[in-house]
Structure formats: structure tokens, C-alpha cells
Design a binder for this molecule. Structure first.
Ligand SMILES: Cc1ncc(COP(=O)(O)O)c(C=O)c1O
Length: 409
């Protein structure tokens, strides 16, 4: 009899057993009904959603809904094939043209998720003799893209351009080098020092890929993200993104001006060997991306709500993940896991849903309540969220100042 294949999960099982009762079931939050971008009935209770990635509120955008319904009627529920076989419809081509136009790039390639976009691009672009250098706090899809590929992996300290410089300097002359960063990090909502990272990347002749998952739609004059906001579009080689956040549906992509980019369609396995996106998804993504260009009012609404929420919680004494609102992600760092679980449950009981994020899923072992603001939040909802934070703290006998110190290590 061979050994139990599940033995290797024992440490995870042990860690799970030590979790407080309310945190044991990761699927305890059940969306019974979704009323709008900002409200749902969760486990039978009407609840304000302030823990989604629906930053621009596109999930209920009228044009996107109509486009999805029309595509369903015209093309059916799915393609039943990969892009290189029977899964390329006219609307997939149209979506790629829309993306290239949106980002003002020559090429755009659509994947079935953002996870697969990172998996595909990062595992394919760099090979056996190359180096891939990533921010230590990178998303799992970036780590998994490295693991699927054959390049040598190096990590640099989070948002530390000097450390990146040091590591790039150790790579043998002539080797291929790809640096990968996110422009906004999903847990704390902090932004990358993009200009410094570009400077170091250029100094060492490396390519740069940026994941704009949490930035698309929100920053920049036409919503292209942090790279556009900072006027650095000519210095980035590949932009990777997702439709599962500001675009309000599912899917991923990579855009680039590299003259040989199109060859990736024939060599990138996570692109070739999976079914293409269903027509309704493609059509709603296409519609939402077009809307993002002109969504100045929605961008304004996000920043108003984000600064207000951040300012009010900070003024109340909570330990914030960033000193100002750098993104729609407003994180509160709590003292330890037990306090985080109790606080999160208390908010939910009072009708406010935020994300609970605890180690090992968080950077630096932080215990977080991760709020994220949606353009569709009404000022009254943000006031309710702030009030509920204060009431929950009081109900649990926790002073906001007691939520410090930051790290549990
Ligand atoms: C930075 C980052 N990249 C990629 C992804 C994956 O996106 P998707 O949900 O489309 O698979 C995420 C999703 O959480 C993310 O935060």
C-alpha cells in the first residue's frame, strides 16, 4: 500500500484546525441574491458589499447587459473549443481590436482568465537560459506562471527598486531578463514606484511586464491604468490584465507593441489548450471596455468614496494599510487573526461585507479587513460602512487604537 496522498496536506489541515470557528469555512458567505453592484442578500440578510473587485460597477451596466443578452441569442452559450480550433468567433477578434485600441497598442491577446494570462505569458516569454525577476508580494498567478516555465526565478523586496537593481546586477551578461510587477497590489492597495522600477529595468536592458489587474479603468485619462496616469506607456513592454475586476465579467489579456508578439498564439499553451471565452462574456467585456474610456464620473466617484472611507477610519484610530487612499482598496490591519475573524463576523452580522485576508494569503503575515470601493456606492452606503465599523468595534469591546500593531509575523 503506497502512502496516503493526502499526508502532504497535514500542516494545512493542522493550521485550519487552529482557526477560530467563524473562519473555518471559506465558503460560509453565500450570496442568495445580488440586488445591485453594491448590495446583496448574504445568508438571508440584506448586506452592503464593500469587498468585491467590481470597482467600476460594470456588472450591472445596461449596455454590457444588453450586449451579453444579444450575443447569447446570436452565438449560443459557449464556443466548445479553443481559440486555435473552433473557438475564434468574430466577437473574439472584435474584443482584441477593442483592447488594442483602448491601450493604443498594436497587439492584444485574450485569455480565458487573468490567472491564465499570467500563467501563459510568463511561462512562455522566458525560457531555460532566461531570468524572471518578480516583486516578492506578487499575486499567485505570477508565481504560478514562473513555476510553469523554465526560467530562473528571482524575487526582489516589495516595491524596492534598489533591491531590484542589486538583483538584476547579479544576472550573467547576455541572459534574457523579464521583470514583473503589479501597479496596484491587491491586499493593501498600495501602488508600485513605477518610474523608479522602469529606470532600473532599462539600466539593465530587461523587459518589463506589468499586471494592471487592480488599476484598469480607475487611473489615467481614458482609464488605461497607472501606466497611463504616469505617462510611462512607452516604457512598458507588456501589460497584463483581467476582465474580472473593472470590466465586471471574466477573462484576461495581454497587450504589447513587440513586433513578434503574435507568435505567442502558437506557442503559449495556456492560450492554446483551453476553451475560449463564451460569447456573452466576450460581448459584455467589449461593451464595458468601451465604456471605461469615458467613465470620468465613475472614476471621480471612486476617489471620493475611497478618500472618505480611508480618512474616516484613519481618524477613528484604525491601523490603515496605507497612509492615504492610493487605490479603491482600503485595508485595515488588525492585531491578530482572532481579532480579525471576530471583527469580520461582527461586520457581516450588521450587514456589511468586507474581505477577510489572513496569513498565508497576505503579505508580511498581516491580518486584514480589505474594503474595496465601487463607483456605484452611494455616499449614504459609505457612511453606513463607517458607522458599522465603529459600532462593531464598540460591540466587541475593541478600541480602534487597539487594532495596532500591524504585523503578526
Ligand atoms: C494582480 C492579479 N493578477 C491576476 C489576477 C487573476 O485574475 P482573474 O480573476 O481574471 O483570474 C488577480 C485576481 O485576483 C490579481 O489580483
Amino acid at each position: 500500500m503506497s502512502s496516503d496522498l493526502f499526508d502532504k496536506f497535514q500542516s494545512v489541515l493542522d493550521q485550519h484546525a487552529r482557526l477560530p470557528k467563524d473562519a473555518k469555512d471559506p465558503f460560509a458567505v453565500r450570496m442568495d441574491e445580488v440586488h445591485s453592484q453594491t448590495e446583496a442578500t448574504i445568508n438571508g440578510k440584506r448586506t452592503i458589499l464593500v469587498g468585491t473587485n467590481n470597482y467600476m460597477g460594470m456588472t450591472f451596466d445596461e449596455d454590457a447587459l444588453k450586449a451579453a443578452r444579444d450575443a447569447l441569442d446570436s452565438f449560443g452559450t459557449g464556443t466548445t473549443g479553443s481559440r486555435v480550433l473552433n473557438g475564434t468567433y468574430s466577437i473574439h477578434k472584435q474584443l482584441e481590436a477593442t483592447l488594442a485600441d483602448f491601450y493604443n497598442t498594436k497587439y492584444a491577446m485574450v485569455f480565458s482568465t487573468g490567472y491564465q494570462a499570467n500563467l501563459g505569458i510568463l511561462s512562455t516569454l522566458v525560457g531555460k537560459d532566461d531570468y524572471i525577476i518578480i516583486d516578492a508580494d506578487s499575486h499567485a498567478s505570477i508565481y504560478d506562471g514562473c513555476a510553469l516555465g523554465t526560467a530562473t526565478l528571482m524575487r526582489f523586496k516589495h516595491n524596492d527598486a534598489a533591491d531590484l537593481d542589486k538583483r538584476l546586477g547579479r544576472i550573467p551578461e547576455g541572459a534574457g531578463k523579464l521583470v514583473v510587477i503589479e501597479t496596484v497590489y491587491s491586499m493593501l492597495g498600495d501602488k508600485a514606484p513605477l518610474a523608479e522600477i522602469i529606470k532600473v529595468t532599462k539600466k539593465h536592458g530587461a523587459y518589463l511586464a506589468v499586471d494592471e489587474a487592480h488599476s484598469m479603468g480607475i487611473y489615467g485619462k481614458t482609464g488605461r491604468g497607472v501606466v497611463q496616469e504616469m505617462g510611462l506607456e512607452d516604457s512598458v513592454d507588456f501589460i497584463i490584465g483581467t476582465f474580472s475586476k473593472s470590466v465586471g465579467t471574466v477573462g484576461g489579456f495581454c497587450v504589447s507593441n513587440h513586433p513578434k508578439f503574435e507568435i505567442l498564439r502558437l506557442v503559449c499553451r495556456p492560450y492554446m489548450f483551453t476553451a475560449s471565452l463564451p460569447p456573452s462574456v466576450v460581448a459584455s467585456a467589449n461593451s464595458a471596455i468601451n465604456s471605461l474610456r469615458h467613465a470620468h464620473n465613475l472614476r471621480g466617484a471612486i476617489w471620493e468614496s475611497a478618500s472618505h472611507l480611508h480618512g474616516a477610519l484613519k481618524d477613528a484610530g484604525f491601523n490603515m494599510g496605507t497612509s492615504t487612499a492610493e487605490s479603491p482598496i482600503i485595508a485595515i490591519c488588525l492585531k491578530d487573526m482572532e481579532m480579525t475573524v471576530r471583527f469580520w463576523s461582527g461586520l457581516l452580522e450588521r450587514g456589511v461585507y468586507v474581505n477577510m485576508a489572513v496569513p498565508p494569503a497576505t503579505p508580511s503575515g498581516l491580518n486584514l479587513l480589505r474594503c474595496s470601493v465601487c463607483a456605484a456606492h452611494k455616499p449614504e452606503q459609505i457612511e453606513t460602512v463607517i458607522r458599522t465599523f465603529l459600532e462593531t468595534a464598540e460591540g466587541l469591546g475593541i478600541k480602534p487604537s487597539e487594532t495596532h500593531p500591524v504585523a503578526e509575523a
